[in-house]
Ligand binder design. Structure first.
Ligand SMILES: [Fe+2]
Length: 405
């Protein structure tokens, strides 16, 4: 058997185990508050639970912009003492998580509230799990490493993309190697989440576009996954429709709260879909482009996605066509090949309108092998991709990405 077939067979066998585990350990769904002012309702609910002292995990920019102030006021008015840790940076490292955990312990906190993008939410998730399990963040990297339930955890996302407020994973980087470690555990899912359109209206257009396309990637990769279910498809297709209808509006009209709310829901649905059906090669390669060249996560996904979808066609045409029909990009009667192509055309048009570049700046051919190996390590045996790549397939795509630059 060729090495490609051995890899494919091994990956398929591992996926049987992953699918069984996902069925036996379903991800909980947090209680959700949505709409303008939802974040204050969540703070009121935190007070109703009788927590004494909550750690707010966020970043300096949001703190300086005053985003945290009304939340602190509401929590304190509800009888909850607050401590702020605003030291989260993009692609957070283990040392940031450890510093945050120290704040939790020294301050005598009994609960955690994440306010921010995926980075702040990921740090808060790992801190909440480490706090009750007497383990270091490093010891939690891997699958199901925590035995006890997390410290009560709440989340207010300020971007609409990562879906981190609902996913069972948290990504933390090693300080020295910058390699990303995944903490995977259903106990990471927050108890309650607020999708507050008013808070999200402060997001700059570039971040709106990139995070929105991250959400689209979650939905599309989950929909074309081999372990997609009717439930994951429900969330994924709704996310795709909402994104095609609202991302342009949120990008061009930042204060349009209706579009912001729709994008927050789309991001949330994308997170629910990926919890059930996983991701694929787009994320596998995009993570490496982020690590090697510092590309923002959503932008990396956006650049890679059309190439992976093209590679996976025509195997995924029926699924792309379903998404195109559901999103209203074509009529219900449109044939599968035409509808699938319409989906691809609409994706590229959307990217153009959002001023998303299609280049990977400074991509080095000498990095290709490392990028490919690391991407394959993440994807094979973790995600149920609809079509497996050979090394030549992957190198060809990387070559095309570099030649566009
Ligand atoms: Fe993502």
């Amino acid at each position: 058997m060729s090495s490609f077939l051995v890899t494919k067979t091994k990956a398929k066998a591992q996926l049987v185990g992953i699918k069984a585990a996902m069925t036996l350990i379903p991800a909980p769904k947090p209680t959700m508050f949505a709409g303008e002012g939802a974040s204050l309702k969540l703070c009121q609910a935190v007070g109703d639970f009788g927590h004494q002292h909550i750690l707010i995990v966020s970043d300096k920019i949001l703190n300086q912009l005053g985003v945290l102030s009304p939340l602190v006021e509401k929590l304190q008015a509800s009888g909850v003492k607050t401590t702020i840790f605003d030291g989260v940076l993009p692609d957070p490292t283990l040392s940031i998580v450890e510093a945050c955990l120290q704040h939790y312990k020294v301050s005598g906190c009994d609960s955690v509230l994440a306010v921010g993008g995926g980075s702040s939410i990921d740090v808060a998730k790992v801190v909440a799990l480490a706090a009750t399990n007497n383990k270091t963040p490093q010891q939690l990297v891997g699958i199901l490493k925590g035995r006890k339930a997390s410290s009560p955890l709440y989340a207010i996302p300020t971007t609409a993309g990562t879906g981190s407020e609902v996913t069972v994973g948290a990504v933390i980087s090693d300080d020295k190697t910058h390699q990303k470690g995944l903490v995977l555990d259903p106990k990471l899912v927050p108890r309650m989440v607020a999708l507050d359109s008013a808070i999200m209206s402060g997001m700059p257009p570039k971040v709106t576009a990139e995070t929105g396309l991250d959400a689209l990637t979650h939905a599309v990769e989950a929909y074309i996954s081999d372990i997609a279910t009717s439930e994951s498809n429900l969330y994924a297709s709704a996310a795709v429709k909402l994104i095609f209808e609202n991302l342009r509006i949120a990008y061009n009209e930042p204060k349009n709260l209706t579009a912001r709310e729709a994008m927050a829901l789309a991001s949330h649905y994308g997170g629910l879909a990926l919890n059930m059906a996983g991701l694929g090669y787009v994320h596998g390669i995009a993570h490496q482009l982020g690590g090697h060249y510092g590309l923002p996560h959503g932008l990396s996904n956006a650049i890679v996605m059309p190439h992976i979808l093209d590679f996976s066609r025509p195997d995924i045409d029926s699924k792309l066509a379903e998404l195109a029909r559901f999103a209203g990009l074509v009529t219900q009667e449109t044939s599968t090949p035409v509808a699938a192509q319409a989906f691809m055309d609409a994706l590229l048009k959307l990217m153009k309108e959002l001023n998303i570049k299609t280049v990977v700046p400074n991509m080095q051919e000498s990095d290709f092998n490392d990028i490919m190996q690391a991407a394959f390590k993440e994807v094979h045996g973790t995600y149920a991709v609809p079509k497996y790549m050979t090394e030549e397939d992957c190198l060809q795509i990387l070559y095309v990405l570099s030649k566009q630059a």
